[in-house]
Write a protein that binds this ligand. Structure first.
Ligand code: SF4
Length: 494
């Protein structure tokens, strides 16, 4: 077993305005606005609220010329208010808007899945970024892979990595190294596998670009926090990640304390643990170490299980080492750790960050959160959510809900609450609740049903990947969604 001092994967330093990430810099937290970007006053006010709770980097969507040009006013307004926050323009589909935004912002994010490159648009953008000192993020999303990648690799982590590597090689050919890369998915297993494969692919080619971590469409509340902590924590335990975003379907400023807690939790580690990952179990051919089909929670423990406690600063590695050294390979294992925190959120984030990797990799067979300051019901809820976020035991409806951005034309937070109130008793269903038709359908690709903003006041409903009702008035959409679930035999009464 290769045990080594905890160390983050080495990366080069990238400058994003007044913020530096990678190298020896601390992991930076960030969020994204959900105001209409062209509404300069609202956008500036929201950036400032996000910055006030500790985010050095904030991203805004720029879907058209109007939004791209809004940065000409947003940047000076922010600076004149005394904010040095690094600003990122988020671009899908239109290289021309990336070029406009690069005149003003500190970083441009492009999505290889929908960014046109045949006419040298990428090289032109790189030249503009180089001239102005703007960083570039190659931001791959599982839900929006380019058609040629899906044809060649399927909808897989391998396709995500191939997509990123094509763009990274072009950046390197242009001798441009102010590049950050991400591999997001709402499926934590896909997300963790994609980032690990990306690191291996970059290592093979001698690339050391910093990595931006995130789980997309994690939802809200404790469920959203646990899902993010499972995915991000699994990778941070590997030493991967230079900047993180926790995506929640809540006010963007709510994301920052969660992200900071994750960063601080890992920053305090100084013990010994494995940062090697060759012995991991492949998530694409997922298999469990033991014969246990359904992982358990603490109240279900029987004499068949070995309980492995962790007392060290590095529980993920401690459990991993203990499980892999068991003499009886198939012996089912439950991992246990004591959390003395008094807040539900704090216990949930720490336990999910510690335990998620063991569940994703198929090593452990159950979780036991020993939290003396929480109720039995709270502990059970955390444990079931960790298993669900790790995709090993589905016990309640899963909501694949986007955090919303400037493309969202309805109150997604309030709508998600209404949908949850009506459907949370349904077992094992995945319901997508997405802000826009441009990215929503792709991002919620594995949802059973989808509720997607189509235009102002209009919603399109999906059954799987098929549109069932297009552009219906929002007032009718929730009732119609319930009817569709009933028509398909997936409804049960509470
Ligand atoms: S799916 Fe949501 S977060 Fe993604 S672009 Fe659309 S509105 Fe924005």
């Amino acid at each position: 077993m290769n045990l080594t001092k905890f160390s983050r994967r080495e990366s080069i330093e990238v400058t994003i305005g007044s913020t530096k990430i990678g190298g020896s810099n601390p992991i930076a937290v960030q969020s994204m606005t959900n105001t209409a970007t062209a509404d300069v006053a609202a956008s500036v006010a929201q950036i400032e609220r996000i910055a006030d709770v500790g985010a050095p980097i904030v991203r805004l969507t720029a879907q058209g010329r109007k939004e791209g040009e809004a940065f000409a006013q947003i940047m000076p307004a922010l600076r004149s208010d005394g904010y040095k926050t690094a600003i990122v323009a988020d671009i899908h589909f239109v290289p021309e808007i990336a070029s406009i935004a690069a005149d003003y912002v500190d970083k441009v994010r492009i999505n290889p899945g929908n960014y046109r490159t045949e006419g040298g648009e990428l090289e032109a953008l790189i030249e503009k970024c180089r001239t102005r000192g703007v960083a570039l993020r190659i931001g791959v999303n599982h839900g929006s892979l380019a058609r040629d990648m899906v044809d060649k690799y399927g909808d897989t982590p391998q396709g995500m990595v191939a997509s990123a590597m094509l763009f990274l090689r072009r950046c390197r050919a242009a001798e441009f190294d102010q590049v950050v890369v991400s591999m997001k998915s709402s499926n934590t297993r896909v997300m963790v596998h994609a980032y690990r494969l990306l690191v291996e692919a970059m290592d093979r080619e001698g690339m050391h670009y910093p990595i931006h971590l995130g789980v997309t469409e994690a939802g809200n509340g404790i469920e959203g926090r646990i899902k993010s902590a499972v995915g991000i924590g699994a990778l941070m335990a590997d030493g991967i990640g230079d900047t993180i975003r926790v995506s929640l379907t809540e006010a963007p400023e709510n994301e920052i304390p969660v992200a900071k807690q994750l960063v601080e939790y890992f920053a305090s580690r100084n013990g010994e643990f494995s940062v090697a990952y060759p012995e991991r179990y492949s998530p694409t051919e997922y298999r469990r170490r033991s014969n246990v089909q359904t992982p358990i929670i603490h109240s279900e423990v029987t004499d068949d299980f070995i309980v492995i406690d962790s007392l060290s600063d590095n529980p993920t590695a401690e459990w991993r080492a203990a499980i892999l050294s068991l003499e009886c390979e198939k012996q089912p294992v439950i991992i246990r750790r004591k959390y003395n925190d008094t807040s539900l959120e704090s216990v949930a984030i720490k336990a999910a960050a510690d335990m998620g990797q063991l569940m994703l990799d198929g090593l452990a067979d159950g979780v036991w959160v020993d939290a003396p300051n929480l109720t039995e019901e709270q502990i059970t809820n955390i444990e079931l959510n960790i298993l669900q976020a790790s995709r090993v035991r589905i016990s309640h409806t899963e909501y694949i809900a986007c955090p919303s951005c400037g493309r969202t034309l309805y109150d997604i937070e309030g709508t998600l609450a209404q949908i949850k109130a009506k459907t949370s008793h349904l077992k094992g269903l995945k319901i997508g609740v997405m802000g826009c038709i441009v990215n929503g359908p792709g991002e919620m690709a594995d949802a059973d049903y989808g509720y997607v903003g189509a235009a102002a006041g209009k919603i399109t409903l999906y059954k799987g990947r098929e549109v069932v009702c297009r552009n219906i008035p929002q007032e009718q959409a929730l009732d119609r969604l319930i009817e569709i679930i009933k028509e398909n035999g997936d409804w049960t009464e509470c």
